[in-house]
Design a protein around this ligand. Structure first.
Ligand code: KIV
Ligand code: ZN
Length: 513
């Protein structure tokens, strides 16, 4: 029988550390529900000691999916962090405390400025304390791949004796290479199973040299039982190991790896697209598994071969990662039943009749403008609808706008709403989008700076939806704003406002601290 590999998704913790990828609570819950459908074993929901907002988000994720998925959250090896994790995850059915502490010389000497023994003792004390709270404790030996092996092992041995039930070996800075990392895991696994065969060995790789997937697969081949991964490989710097690459690697090459995961691979594309939509961070077109071109064959020779037999150039079918369920074409005449069916097929809950009616109205408006509504359109319609419905009275909403474009005085007029207040003004800019942003800045009275602005077409056809992704800087922090509409001026104004709203929400959370 194949070994089962446990999959921990850390998109909501390591992935969310990416500048501009910060999600609000509702977006995190939406994404956690999708991870539940993807059937990951463990969700790392955040770093609760980092802010009141993160603590609350972890609690909400536990409330939403904590009775079907195991939930963990990160703590440094200090009591207050462990308490924050415990308090935020304790209501989950299968909670796990995750403690991290460095083992490499550079971490011990430069980060902690303590002796190796003192740092190890910190780890042991942290595990002992965590065990008084919960039975399952994971210990991560940060920067393990650059650690001196005997010290690394001594740390693992000590924390296992103190009660750690999972040992996670991170390649924190993406320094490892596959053979060497595999050998490290083989050596640790051999000693670990002699010490206590029930303790689970896990790996967590970063992609600084583009080797995260290769290192993770090499670790699996050498005994790793659990992997820590993110969707689209999102994560610090060059990112983390991408879930979809490892999961499909194991599946397609089962004969080589002789193991499997419980991931529902048909949910992979949906999960990837939801994350792209929520964070505004695009997947490169040629990215394995989830890139737009991952299953596109353009050369004549390849197309000819494929027509004769798919296996000539295809090692896995697009259907296996959920590509076929994304292809739907609806029109204004499709009716409620067809639309509901399409939305539910994408995994969204449509049991609230009122919510469905208001979404259906938006669908009809879109279908009237666009004629043919594709799967992408429906997907973005729903996710956009959800985030708008969720906006609180402290946030700005676009009521109406007008842009006049010419080569003398491009002008924008905007009306905004915040709770029961409305605001209205006009401004001139270098161009229509600049004029829109200027007037919004004046109306909200915040010193924000536009750092980056991107616009692309989301679907096919001449009535395609335009998606705007932008980044703004406010008080030294970067916030992402995104929006979509068939009118790109409107999408631009809404994206700018969404960025401002993200900054306002963050400021509210900071004030709670
Ligand atoms: O990269 C790393 O070392 C981490 C740990 C917290 C596992 O993210
Ligand atoms: Zn990491």
């Amino acid at each position: 029988m194949n070994r089962k590999i446990i999959v921990l998704d850390t998109t909501l913790r390591d992935g969310e550390q990416v500048p501009g990828a910060k999600l609000n609570v509702l977006q995190k819950i939406e994404f956690a529900h999708q991870l539940e459908r993807l059937n990951v074993d463990i969700i790392e929901a955040g770093f609760p000691a980092s802010s009141a907002g993160d603590f609350q988000a972890v609690q909400e994720i536990v409330r939403s999916v904590g009775d079907s998925v195991s939930i963990t959250a990160l703590a440094r090896a200090v009591k207050s962090d462990i308490d924050a994790v415990y308090e935020s995850i304790k209501l989950a059915q299968n909670p796990l405390i995750h403690i991290v502490l460095g083992t490499s010389n550079v971490h011990v000497e430069k980060k902690f400025n303590r002796s190796k023994e003192a740092v190890m003792q910190m780890g042991v004390d942290a595990v002992k304390y965590a065990k008084t709270l919960l039975p399952h404790v994971q210990y991560s030996t940060e920067d393990a791949s650059r650690s001196e092996f005997e010290y690394l092992w001594k740390t693992i041995e000590s924390v296992v004796k103190a009660g750690a039930t999972m040992i996670n070996v991170p390649d924190t800075v993406g320094y490892a290479v596959p053979e060497e990392f595999g050998e490290l895991i083989r050596k640790i696994n051999e000693r670990l199973k002699n010490l206590d065969e029930k303790v689970i060995l896990s790996v967590h790789c970063h992609n600084d040299l583009g080797l995260a997937t290769a290192n993770t697969l090499s670790a699996i081949k050498n005994g790793a039982e659990k992997i820590e991964v993110t969707i689209n490989g999102l994560g610090e710097r060059a990112g983390n190991t991408s879930l979809e690459e490892v999961v499909m690697g194991i599946k397609v090459r089962e004969n080589h790896f002789k193991c499997s995961t419980d991931i529902n691979t048909k949910e992979i594309l949906k999960t990837s697209r939801l994350l792209t939509h929520l964070t505004g961070l695009d997947v490169q077109v040629n990215k394995a598994i989830t890139g737009e071109n991952a299953f596109a064959h353009s050369s004549g020779i390849h197309q000819d071969g494929l027509l004769k037999n798919k296996q000539v150039y295809e090692i896995m079918s697009p259907e296996e990662v959920g590509a076929e369920s994304m292809e739907l074409i609806l029109t204004a005449r499709s009716g409620r039943h067809a639309f509901k069916n399409a939305v539910e097929k994408m995994g969204f809950d449509m049991s609230d009749g009122e919510d469905f009616e208001s979404l259906f109205e938006k669908f009809i408006t879109l279908a009237d403008t666009k004629k043919e509504v594709y799967d992408h359109d429906v997907f973005y319609l729903v996710t956009n609808h959800r985030s708008i419905e969720a906006s609180s009275s402290q946030l700005y909403e676009l009521v109406s706008f007008q842009v006049v474009t010419n080569d003398l005085y491009p002008t924008a007029t905007i009306k905004l709403k915040k709770g029961s207040e409305t605001f209205k003004d006009s401004a001139v800019g270098d161009g229509p989008i600049d004029a829109l942003f200027s007037v919004i800045k004046t109306l909200v009275g915040l010193e924000v700076e536009l750092k980056d602005y991107k616009i692309n077409s989301l679907s096919r056809g001449k009535e395609a939806i335009g998606r705007v992704n932008l980044r703004i800087e406010y008080q030294g922090k970067i916030y992402a704003g995104r929006a979509l509409d068939t009118d790109i001026s409107k999408a631009s104004a809404m994206a700018f406002l969404n960025g401002i709203n993200a900054a306002l929400l963050d400021a509210t959370n900071d004030n709670l601290n």
